[in-house]
Ligand binder design. Structure first.
Ligand code: CO
Length: 214
């Protein structure tokens, strides 16, 4: 792929859209009301809209290395707040993927400079589930399982956010979903997590509702 081809591609893309609907960009410019917030990995192989078959305007997206939801990350917090309070998304999806480089790095301790702090939360996921993970002999299965456990932990981190809890108690939304994209087959896998139930089990620790009443 040559750099200049991107602009040619863009022109072709515009032409295709306008051929189907001359008002396409006019309509698009009016605003967005996506039902989904997707938080996924920055990995170039995991193309959010494309793999979900969604069109422009249908999904609000945040991507970072290994789809992390870190409480001190101003970026992800702003995205979640905007999606929940203003866009009123019905679903928040955390989508991990097999063969994730970030997860792989967390499985192989080494000094990676700036990446150390970013990977620390992934290493924490490994520590939290040390007992389960130690029983897995097959390195591939261990790698895959840490990808899945990371998705679950990040779903849990979503529920810890005050804006999410407030909306949840008020409207029952957003629903939280944990997915894994299998880059080896192209398949999107719903991990079938019940985050409502998972949250109830640790509610005494993370529920911020009592703070509202003060
Ligand atoms: Co990745």
């Amino acid at each position: 792929m040559h750099f200049d081809e991107i602009f040619k591609n863009n022109e072709n893309w515009i032409a295709q859209k306008l051929e189907l609907n001359p008002d396409y960009f006019h309509d698009l410019s009016k605003g967005q009301s996506p039902e989904f917030l997707y938080i996924g990995c920055s990995d170039s192989r995991v193309t959010a809209e494309d793999l979900m078959g969604l069109k422009p305007g249908e999904v609000f997206i945040h991507r970072n290395i290994a789809n992390q939801v870190i409480p001190t990350d101003n970026n992800v917090n702003a995205v979640v707040q905007y999606a929940v309070e203003h866009l009123k998304v019905k679903h928040i999806i955390i989508c991990g993927h097999y063969e994730c480089g970030g997860v792989k790095a967390a499985l192989n301790p080494s000094d990676m400079g700036q990446l150390n702090s970013w990977l620390q939360t992934l290493r924490d996921v490994r520590r939290l589930h040390k007992k389960e993970l130690e029983k897995i002999q097959d390195p591939q299965k261990l790698f895959d399982r840490l990808v899945e456990l990371n998705v679950r932990e990040q779903c849990m981190n979503i529920i810890k956010i005050d804006h999410v809890q407030k909306s949840w108690y008020k409207t029952g939304f957003p629903q939280i979903h944990g997915w894994v994209f299998d880059v080896r087959t192209g398949k999107l896998i719903d991990l079938g997590l019940n985050m409502e139930q998972e949250f109830m089990e640790v509610r005494d620790i993370y529920d911020l509702k009592p703070l509202d009443k003060k």
